[in-house]
Design a protein around this ligand. Structure first.
Ligand code: SME
Length: 160
């Protein structure tokens, strides 16, 4: 297992992802406990990107239940279809929200969150959870985040 993640200063967002992803993969290598791995992945993402909140919701029955995360306390259960997370689950697609106030049904766990990206974690064509990232800045997420966070979500699916 890797014990420290290093990123160079002044990298573009894409360079950061290119450098960070293999380190996240190495971080969980050899560890079979999914919760431990998700906890370290959320810490690796939060400390290197400085996002407001990053973490996982896992499908349990007909709800998403809060999993490992980094950030302020969050709502524990989200129903299918509801909020950005429940919508991503239903649509089986990544959702980028530039301004959470403009997203009908957005679930506000923190009033400081302004934009959000949610990536479904899909195994055998079934959504088993989502990766949720919140930013204090409007329109913080774009196609670059989608591309690399989907790669990460693919890898995460293989951990289950
Ligand atoms: N905003 C999310 C809820 C989860 S928190 O952001 C951590 C949503 O609308 O589904």
């Amino acid at each position: 297992m890797l014990h420290e993640i290093t990123l160079l200063e002044k990298q573009t967002k894409e360079q950061k992802y290119i450098s960070l992803l293999p380190q996240l993969f190495a971080l969980v290598e050899g560890e079979t406990d999914v919760i431990a791995n998700l906890a370290n992945i959320s810490a690796g993402l939060k400390s290197n990107f400085g996002w407001w909140w990053v973490g996982f919701y896992l499908v349990k029955g007909n709800e998403l239940v809060l999993g490992p995360f980094q950030g302020t306390i969050a709502c524990t259960r989200i129903a299918f279809e509801l909020g950005v997370c429940g919508s991503s689950w239903k649509q089986k697609q990544t959702i980028i929200v530039d301004d959470v106030e403009q997203f009908a049904g957005h679930i506000a766990c923190s009033s400081l969150s302004r934009s959000e990206i949610v990536i479904p974690i899909i195994k055998n064509e079934i959504v088993i959870g989502v990766l949720d990232v919140d930013s204090e800045n409007l329109a913080n997420f774009d196609a670059t985040d989608k591309k690399y966070l989907e790669k990460l979500a693919n890898f995460i699916a293989s951990l289950f």
